[in-house]
Design a protein around this ligand. Structure first.
Ligand code: ADE
Length: 287
């Protein structure tokens, strides 16, 4: 019996994909169905509880499934504005986003994890990508698209699991393409020549909208395939899903470790994104 409301603000959210519906050691305490001026989010938001290892106090985490509860939303159909606005409306100020990605670099092997530090936008302007329109004119800095504070915690947690089968790369440039078809071999090679390390269809506009809403955002990527440049085998949905599934236990443990670390009192200001407050005039009106 799970509640349908939750009164305290929840500061941390995980946006997950396939294989990340539950987290070990977390209890499902509420399911929320917020609506926003941009419509309903991809899925109901689950509120999960877990005792913080450092304080024993319950840590609440909001969980949202980017592609819907049954993976029914293609990347270009994800209601990213509704997702970010819905999370913000329940108090979320920091987001750990998870994504399956293709690898553009030999050293990033399928099932490796990467904490990307840069993004190149190859979406096609089809997806609504900003809150700032219709008279609300705003600009945010996006030179560093991810949050350095969250990234540092994520890297440390990933490395702490290295003895247990988690292989982590500390940085990488992620190409975000429109999809849903994967890239041609020529495109894949071009992205490599641009310095791309990874490719997915999900980091944008999610990361931009989070920044507009003054939320700290870091993506954790898991390579599920070598993209088309690699002549070993062509990327297929079966390959992506197969590797995702095979490694989902590691992904869950990784995210669990990150949430444990973020619940420590020393990270209270980080998870409330105090460092981002006041960057835009409008963030407070995005709900
Ligand atoms: N997601 C997982 N693998 C991918 C690939 N090769 N290209 C784009 N998105 C992906």
């Amino acid at each position: 019996n799970v509640a349908t409301s939750y009164s305290d603000p929840v500061h941390i959210a995980v946006i997950g994909g396939t294989g990340l519906q539950s987290l070990p050691g977390f209890t499902h305490v509420a399911t929320l169905n917020p609506t926003t001026p941009w419509g309903a989010p991809s899925s109901p938001i689950s509120i999960l509880h877990h005792p913080s290892p450092s304080t024993g106090a319950p840590l609440a985490v909001a969980f949202l499934s980017r592609h819907g509860l049954h993976h029914e939303l293609a990347p270009h159909e994800v209601p990213a504005r509704a997702n970010i606005a819905a999370l913000r409306s329940i108090g979320v100020r920091s987001i750990i986003a998870f994504s399956a990605v293709g690898s553009l670099a030999e050293e990033v092997r399928p099932r490796d994890f990467v904490v990307p530090d840069q993004v190149i936008d190859r979406t096609k302007g089809v997806r609504p990508f900003t809150f700032f329109e219709g008279g609300m004119v705003g600009h945010v800095m996006f030179g560093d698209p991810f949050d350095a504070g969250l990234a540092a915690v994520v890297r440390q947690c990933g490395h702490s699991l290295e003895g247990e089968g988690v292989k982590l790369h500390d940085k990488g440039t992620i190409i975000c393409m429109e999809g849903p078809a994967f890239s041609t071999r020529a495109e894949s090679n071009m992205y490599r020549s641009w310095g791309g390390t990874l490719i997915n269809m999900s980091v944008l506009p999610e990361a931009k909208l989070a920044r507009e809403a003054e939320m700290a955002y870091q993506m954790i990527c898991m390579a599920t395939d070598y993209d088309a440049w690699h002549t070993s085998e062509d990327v297929s949905v079966e390959m992506v899903m197969g590797n995702m599934k095979a490694n989902s236990e590691n992904a869950r443990r990784f995210i669990g470790a990150v949430l444990d670390a973020l619940s420590a009192p020393e990270h209270a200001e980080l998870i409330q994104a105090k460092h981002l407050e006041g960057q835009t005039k409008f963030a407070g009106s995005i709900t």
